[in-house]
Write a protein that binds this ligand. Structure first.
Ligand SMILES: Nc1ncnc2c1ncn2[C@@H]1O[C@H](COP(=O)(O)OS(=O)(=O)O)[C@@H](OP(=O)(O)O)[C@H]1O
Ligand SMILES: [Mg+2]
Ligand SMILES: [Mg+2]
Ligand SMILES: [Mg+2]
Length: 355
């Protein structure tokens, strides 16, 4: 199978990073949370997860040049007054790597300087040439802080195209969340989704060696029977616009609002049929919020486009240049969805120009 070595490394890296996140989420301290310059939250687990993934990939894929485009950097951790938090993250990472006996392989216990260097491995800009790993160490940090959904999202770009994606979703139930919003329909949680180009999408429990199962997007053809996912946070996506689109389609079910790329994972196994994402004006989507999720859905038979129907272009560096938003559906629903999106956006523009 193509990308076998890379997939093994990515699954190991994301699973181990998820273990670190689970540990922090259980014992989250207020002091673990900081505010970034754009006022968004970041926790010891975001930094720790990024360091773990970077170190595992470096260790497992020694023969290759290694480029990583990742959300976090160490700038805030290098400021005066950050010594305690830096020590805590370093201990977390060392403890997590020790559970896999990786500290030996990674040349003994890491120092705080090693930790800062590992985080800053993720400062690549990406682009159309060569290979770039793309990482969101915790996607859905706000969900993580609420005790809800989040994901460790790791993908691989080759010549600007996504060829591999792994999504570790520690709080996602193993069985469908259809109709359940955030509440779990089974006691068992923790899913690992993975996909490589041309080979389909698979899901397995996050913390066990059970065999992966192949998953498929919903086969619903009648939009009245479809349910749709959107961001939990109203600040991240226009809920009014998605509600107008859903009513044009005749969708009966209320929106399922969950955080992070767990939405893409849940869509890939058919828990819902549509994903609508319309950021407020001026927001620029980052590639790490969609690379892994996009291949997980497309390899499961879904279509991911911008609001105008164009495929997402991950070859432009850190940002996605988009027409208005991101939408996901199966092949049958997509033409209807595109029309409803076009009509709703036109109505919205007409209404705002007449104000
Ligand atoms: N204003 C705005 N508009 C759109 N998107 C934004 C915005 N601000 C942040 N973000 C990004 O959203 C990521 C969280 O994903 P979701 O929006 O799917 O999650 S949520 O349901 O809203 O919590 C979140 O990812 P993380 O920072 O990794 O948590 C952000 O990259
Ligand atoms: Mg994110
Ligand atoms: Mg993040
Ligand atoms: Mg963030």
């Amino acid at each position: 199978m193509a990308y076998e070595k890379e997939l093994d490394a990515a699954k190991k890296a994301a699973s181990l990073a998820a273990r670190l996140c689970q540990k922090v989420q259980k014992a989250l301290l207020q002091s673990d949370v900081q505010s970034k310059s754009d006022k968004s939250p970041v926790t010891v687990a975001d930094y720790g997860s990024q360091a773990v993934v970077s170190l595992v990939l470096e260790r497992e894929l020694t023969s290759e040049p290694f480029s990583l485009v990742a959300e976090e950097d160490s700038a805030d951790l290098r400021k005066d007054g950050s010594e305690d938090i830096l020590q805590r993250i370093t201990k977390l990472v060392n403890d997590t790597l020790a559970t896999e006996d990786l500290t030996k392989a990674i040349d003994s216990t890491l120092t705080t300087d090693d930790l800062l260097r590992a985080i800053d491995c993720g400062t690549s800009e990406g682009g159309p040439n060569g290979r770039h790993w793309v990482l969101d160490p915790i996607d859905g940090t706000k969900g993580f802080l609420r005790g809800d959904q989040y994901a460790v999202a790791l993908g691989l770009l080759e010549e600007g195209k996504v060829v591999l994606g792994v999504l570790a979703c520690p709080n996602l139930p193993l069985t469908s969340i259809a109709g359940n919003k955030n509440s779990s329909s089974s006691d068992e949680i923790g899913c690992l989704f993975f996909a490589t180009i041309g080979s389909g999408t698979y899901m397995q429990p996050l913390d066990s060696k059970s065999e992966p199962v192949k998953v498929h997007v919903s086969s619903v053809e009648n939009p009245e029977e479809a349910s749709f996912f959107e961001s939990f946070e109203g600040a991240h996506s226009l809920h009014d616009l998605s509600s107008s689109i859903a009513s044009k389609l005749g969708v009966k079910a209320p929106p399922v609002r969950i955080d992070s790329q767990a939405k893409y994972g849940a869509l890939s196994r058919g828990d819902g049929a549509i994903y609508l994402r319309f950021p407020h004006k001026g927001y620029r989507e980052k590639i790490w919020d969609h690379v892994a999720g996009a291949i997980v859905v497309t390899e499961a038979g879904g279509i991911v486009t911008d609001a105008g129907g164009k495929p997402l272009d991950f070859s432009k560096g850190k940002y996605l240049d988009l027409d208005t938003g991101i939408i996901v559906a199966n092949e049958k629903l997509m033409p209807l969805l595109l029309k409803a999106v076009r009509d709703s956006i036109a109505e919205q523009e007409k209404a705002s120009s007449s104000l």
